[in-house]
Write a protein that binds this ligand. Structure first.
Ligand SMILES: CC(C)(COP(=O)(O)OP(=O)(O)OC[C@H]1O[C@@H](n2cnc3c(N)ncnc32)[C@H](O)[C@@H]1OP(=O)(O)O)[C@@H](O)C(=O)NCCC(=O)NCCS
Length: 198
């Protein structure tokens, strides 16, 4: 990964940029590897989501849209050309103060190292700056059984010292006629007035 692509503008330590994709990245040291997606990332984004074997897999065309039209509200982790994390998101058209987080995926090799939390902090910080410091509220739908995702958003709320409110939202019946999908209640976290990344 080129350090000029870094989300934070911080150059990666030399041992990381020289290392292979098997390099160890220490917990919460992901900042230099985060950046906006580009159109050339769409195939790798699609594969990363497929490899989770948990998330609903969308078409490559969808990830191409996220990497282009929605690049300002999407973030990827690129470790020496290995796309090992992503968060796709968007602003609901009538609610520009909301960052709706659509999918969060971290490669198995990188899970438990703080990558998802670091990406979320960085993305919210970017959106907060783009909104000239106006408050940002994060929303996401999370199945009751997805404990890792709930821990991610719970930790985010605690770090930022803001409430997390849960309400019913998309139902299993809306998501799958055969009942093979869980309910997806919505989590609303914020408003975040001062981001940790500003
Ligand atoms: C959910 C996921 C994105 C977390 O990524 P990660 O980089 O391992 O998460 P982090 O290391 O940043 O941890 C974030 C928080 O979740 C907790 N956590 C991580 N994995 C967990 C697990 N399997 N079970 C319970 N808690 C977990 C961490 O302890 C941390 O909590 P803290 O902030 O209180 O310290 C990752 O496991 C994944 O891609 N899973 C498959 C896809 C998925 O379920 N996506 C979420 C749908 S939105």
């Amino acid at each position: 990964m080129s350090s000029s692509l870094s989300e934070t503008g911080v150059a990666a330590p030399p041992e990381w940029t020289l290392a292979s994709k098997d390099s160890v990245v220490h917990r919460n040291s992901w900042g230099p590897f985060l950046r906006r997606p580009e159109s050339t990332d769409a195939l790798a984004m699609h594969k990363l989501v497929a490899d989770t074997e948990v998330l609903d897999l969308n078409s490559t065309y969808t990830y191409l849209l996220m990497a282009t039209d929605f690049a300002d509200t999407t973030i990827v982790a690129d470790r020496d050309g290995d796309l090992c994390g992503l968060i796709t998101g968007y602003h609901p058209p009538t609610r520009p103060d909301v960052l709706f987080v659509w999918q969060v995926a971290v490669a198995r090799s990188a899970q438990g190292t703080g990558l998802a939390g670091t990406m979320l902090d960085s993305l919210v910080g970017r959106v907060h700056r783009a909104r000239c410091g106006h408050p940002v509220t994060v929303e996401a739908t999370v199945a009751p059984s997805n404990s890792a995702s709930r821990a991610l958003f719970g930790g985010f709320a605690r770090r930022h010292g803001v409430p997390l409110v849960e309400r019913p939202h998309f139902t299993a019946a809306q998501l799958d006629a055969a009942g093979a999908h869980d309910d997806e209640p919505i989590l609303r976290i914020g408003p975040i007035v001062t981001s940790r990344d500003s």
